[in-house]
Design a protein around this ligand. Structure first.
Ligand code: ADP
Length: 523
């Protein structure tokens, strides 16, 4: 995968993880604050109740209590029996009893508790009435009030139900002293409080709805954000990939352009080189044709004067014939190369016996040797004791071998020329022509098979030749489905070897025990 794409993928995953964490945090925070709000609302309700109770209480205290008709549930307060006017009778005989604030609170609370589940409790650590004794939670709050706290509330479980409990202190006022002065109460003392317990059920129902709506909203926003993110991610990846593809394409095009340019440069260089070689070729060719032509014309002009001198006549006609043959070779080479290049060369495949072939070639090789004035250079032929039948074009194989042997004699001044053959597989036969001549520079090894190409290109050429021989040899070998190779070392010699197809039924190992390994890379 592209580096940029994988980096972006990692970045996207990190964003998704970060976003999810943020989302969960927001969800938790929202639910928490909603829950907190619920308790705050319950507290406001409790506070309202407390204030209302306090107002009633103050009003009652301000009047030193109120007289109410005695009933079964509203009996005279036994803790006020020290007051001479606790119970009075009206002029029409109705019995009234004095209700102090605490007693009124207790009676009212008893009534409301029965009604709707909210309940209040007037409490003190040292009450007159045992029912007003502070429970543990109230006691804790009253202690806090003694240290300066103004109000206290917390969610609490009562009989398995959740309540918000709220409590505020009640300070001793003038009206209180009427009844409590005997207990040693002083003005502004905190001797008790009123606690209100609000059941959380109804708030919980609202809270649940709110939490559901928070979860729902978060889920919707989360999924929408996720979908938009995923779509954007896909789009960005697509754009990055497209951009990479077009970059790649641009690079490819650039490479193609470069390649085409290189090809053009190469073709141009080749054309220049070919032009140069052609010029050299024409110069060589003129020289190669003019030399025998001069001889032919020169000696033919001498003939009429030597008609009576038989030996001179024989000598001159021999020279004329030889030079004529030289011209013929050149013309044949030209014809061959044009046939090879125009792909007009025909092959005549027939069974040939290699033993016979080399018997036929031997006089030709000797003639080449003589013509090149190399009788001192030793010629070694393969020893073939049995018949080896090869299916190929005999004339062309002869032409290939005479050409290679011709070059070997031409470029070898002393030493030997060795022709060898090896049937190395059921499908190939390899011929080699090795000499101990001048050798070929390594940088020229590839080009010597090109037409007109010669190692020696100076005007003061020693060796002569047209530069066509090896390109004809290569063309003929490839026409016979073979391949040609060369290894060479300057001043040590050269070895040309070529393969031809060989059919299996004719497989007979060569009897040549030569130590010369055709395939060795050294000479
Ligand atoms: P040419 O007519 O010049 O011999 P070829 O195509 O036969 O043309 O050979 C091309 C060139 O290859 C020669 O001019 C020569 O420089 C080099 N060459 C070919 N055969 C040999 C060899 N046996 N030893 C050294 N150089 C060789």
């Amino acid at each position: 995968m592209n580096r940029e794409v994988s980096y972006f993928k990692q970045f996207f995953i990190s964003v998704v993880i970060g976003f999810t964490i943020l989302f969960i945090a927001s969800l938790i925070w929202n639910i928490r604050s909603e829950r907190q709000t619920t308790y705050e609302l319950a507290k406001v309700e409790a506070e309202g109740n407390f204030n209302k109770d306090l107002t009633f209480r103050k009003w009652t205290a301000a009047h030193g209590g109120v007289y109410v008709t005695m009933t079964d549930s509203t009996i005279a307060n036994p803790y006020l029996n020290f007051l001479p006017n606790r119970d009075i009778t009206t002029t029409n005989g109705t019995k009234l009893t004095l209700i102090n604030p605490a007693y009124m609170n207790r009676l009212v609370f008893q009534m409301s508790n029965k009604k709707d589940g909210e309940f209040g409790h007037i409490c003190s650590i040292t009450p007159l009435h045992p029912n007003n004794k502070a429970d543990k939670w109230e006691e804790k709050a009253l202690n806090l009030f003694a240290k300066g706290t103004e109000e206290y509330y917390s969610p609490e479980q009562i009989d398995g139900k959740e309540y918000l409990r709220y409590i505020k202190p009640i300070r001793v006022e003038n009206g209180c002293l009427k009844c409590h002065a005997q207990q040693g109460y002083n003005l502004n003392d905190i001797k008790g409080g009123v606690s209100i317990s609000i059941p959380m059920d109804k708030y919980k129902v609202v809270l649940k709805t709110k939490i559901n709506s928070i979860i729902f909203n978060h889920a919707i926003i989360f999924f929408l954000t996720f979908i938009i993110g995923a779509l954007s991610y896909r789009r960005i990846i697509k754009v990055v990939k497209q951009r990479d593809a077009s970059r790649m394409k641009a690079k490819e095009n650039e490479a193609k352009l470069k390649e085409q340019n290189n090809k053009l440069v190469w073709a141009n260089e080749k054309a220049i080189e070919s032009d140069r070689l052609k010029t050299i070729f024409i110069q060589n060719m003129s020289h190669e044709i003019r030399t025998p032509m001069n001889a032919i014309l020169g000696f033919s002009s001498l003939l009429p004067d030597e008609f009576d001198n038989k030996s001179k006549l024989t000598e001159y006609t021999k020279i004329i014939t030889q030079r004529g043959n030289d011209l013929m070779f050149i013309i044949n080479d030209l014809l061959d190369i044009s046939k090879i290049e125009s792909k007009n060369m025909n092959v005549n495949i027939e069974p040939i016996n290699l033993k016979d072939l080399f018997s036929e070639l031997l006089p030709l090789f000797h003639e080449i040797q003589k013509r090149n004035l190399k009788s001192h250079v030793k010629l070694i032929l393969p020893t073939i004791t049995e018949d080896i039948i090869l299916y190929t074009d005999k004339g062309k194989l002869k032409q290939i071998l005479t050409n290679l042997v011709g070059n070997a004699f031409k470029f070898t001044h002393e030493g030997e020329i060795e022709i060898d053959l090896l049937i190395n597989s059921s499908k190939l036969i390899t011929f080699s022509v090795k000499d101990t001549g001048i050798g070929i520079p390594t940088e020229k090894l590839n080009s010597i098979f090109d037409r007109f190409s010669q190692v020696e290109q100076s005007s003061s050429r020693i060796y002569g030749g047209t530069g066509l021989g090896l390109s004809i040899v290569k063309g003929l070998i490839s026409k016979l489905n073979g391949e040609i190779y060369v290894i060479s070392e300057i001043n040590k010699g050269s070895k040309f070897y070529f393969t031809l197809p060989y059919s299996k039924q004719n497989l007979i190992e060569t009897q040549n025990n030569s130590t010369n390994n055709i395939y060795s890379n050294t000479l």
